[in-house]
Design a protein around this ligand. Sequence first.
Ligand SMILES: NC(=O)C1=CN([C@@H]2O[C@H](COP(=O)(O)OP(=O)(O)OC[C@H]3O[C@@H](n4cnc5c(N)ncnc54)[C@H](OP(=O)(O)O)[C@@H]3O)[C@@H](O)[C@H]2O)C=CC1
Ligand SMILES: Nc1nc(O)c(N)c(N[C@@H]2O[C@H](COP(=O)(O)O)[C@@H](O)[C@H]2O)n1
Length: 293
Amino acid sequence: MSPPPRDALHFPQSSRPFLEPYLPLHRSWHNPYLPDDSTPFPFTTLTFAQSLDSSISLAPGTQTALSGPETKAMTHYLRARHDGILVGIGTALADDPSLNCRLEGVGGYGGRGLNMQPRPVIVDPKGRWLDVAEGSKVMKLARERRGRGPWVVMAWTDDSEVLGRVNAIDRLLEGVGGKVLMVEPRTNKETEEKRLDWGDVLAMLKREGLDSLMVEGGQRVINELLREEYQELVNLVIITIAPTWLGQGGVVVSPERKSAEQGNASAVGRLTNTRWQQMGDDVVLCGQLPHKK
Ligand SMILES: NC(=O)C1=CN([C@@H]2O[C@H](COP(=O)(O)OP(=O)(O)OC[C@H]3O[C@@H](n4cnc5c(N)ncnc54)[C@H](OP(=O)(O)O)[C@@H]3O)[C@@H](O)[C@H]2O)C=CC1
Ligand SMILES: Nc1nc(O)c(N)c(N[C@@H]2O[C@H](COP(=O)(O)O)[C@@H](O)[C@H]2O)n1
């Protein structure tokens, strides 16, 4: 073990009890060798930072720092408390995220090996990440053993160009303990559009050994998971709200409305068991989406 590097983050013990009742048990706190077989899906936390006008960044394809130092440290504490962190390829390309946990005491930041480091997961059906993978932060950190090698979720295809990308990404990831995971896409009968179903993606991640997953974004991923059909898959929502308006043209969290019954629109969803906590200048909202089962 080495002392934590100077950039390691500290999340005070006093801020933790607020989150505790909502969080999954960490794998290493029950039996690290036995998967939790009670459900086919990981415990899934949806978490992101937004402005007062519901934007998660100023413009598509750009990164905007919204969290203050206290809520940034909280996000890293949450990363330590989940087996995996998932983002879509839009976020991987826009932000070049590190997708590791930089909390003091975690592996690579004063802790042993990769202890408490979550697995980065990038949903990238067509393999667009290949163009930036080599020089990405997530690969650099995995090579330095300060983060795990990423898993890249791609869509099964017979397109030879995409298959070439699958193989090339797989070769890159081999060296850092990452891998490509393939999921059969589903076709929308009306639009013919092919997309990955979140039930398929999450069930596959669970089979691969992730009992808990933190979904960080971006816009499309969040808005899809908040749609009525996927809310059952989301166990916990944690939103950092920064006291700022980003203004019109921002990248907004606003899920598709439920189909209107007799022309009357209704809310997409509402959190229950909510708690609000100020952290620095920001406020953190925790809540759960009602589940039928
Ligand atoms: N403030 C915050 O907390 C956060 C902010 N962000 C911001 O969000 C923005 C990125 O959002 P966005 O561009 O929507 O990117 P996303 O990260 O949501 O990725 C979207 C892409 O992922 C793939 N994808 C996602 N869901 C599916 C699915 N069900 N089936 C198939 N493919 C899927 C598609 O790739 P393809 O097009 O190749 O098919 C899609 O274009 C950035 O500005 C970033 O900074 C991101 C995370 C957190
Ligand atoms: N919690 C939070 N606050 C913000 O202000 C943000 N912009 C984000 N973005 C998410 O964090 C990822 C970057 O994380 P790294 O520190 O580089 O690992 C980014 O990709 C978004 O998912 N989150």
